[in-house]
Design a protein. Sequence first.
Length: 133
Amino acid sequence: IIDVMTAPSDSLQRWTIATLRMLAENDWPTAKSILEQGGVFMLCSLLSSQDNDVVGQVLATLSTSILSCQRAAVTDAEEASNVMTLIVDSIAESDGLSNATPIIETKSGDSVVVALDLLEVISGFPSAAASLR
C-alpha cells in the first residue's frame, strides 16, 4: 500500500494516505510498519503536493501515527516510545518540518490546522526542535 502513495492520481494518493491513517490510528504496530517501509519519507515528500487534500491527509497520517505510539507507550512503553521517536526523527531528517512551515503560511483551512497539530505533537522531541531552528 505504501507504493501506491506515489501514484500519479491525486485521488488515489488521498485514498491511500487516508487508509494508512485509519490503519495506524489505534494500532501502533501499523505505524511501525509505515516507518519501516519508508512510508514516513514518502509521506513527507507529498507535503509539497499542490493538492490541499493530499497535504491534509499526509499531515493527519503523520500526526496520527505518532499519537498512536504515544497512547501505546502506556502499555508497551519501550518499543512504542522508540517507534514514536523514530517517526519524529524520520520527519525531521526528510525535511518534513520545513515542508510544513510553508503550508502554515500559504494554505488555508484544514491543512493549516492539521499542520499546527503536527507541530504541536512533535515539538517536544529534540530532533524536531533542532530541525525547526
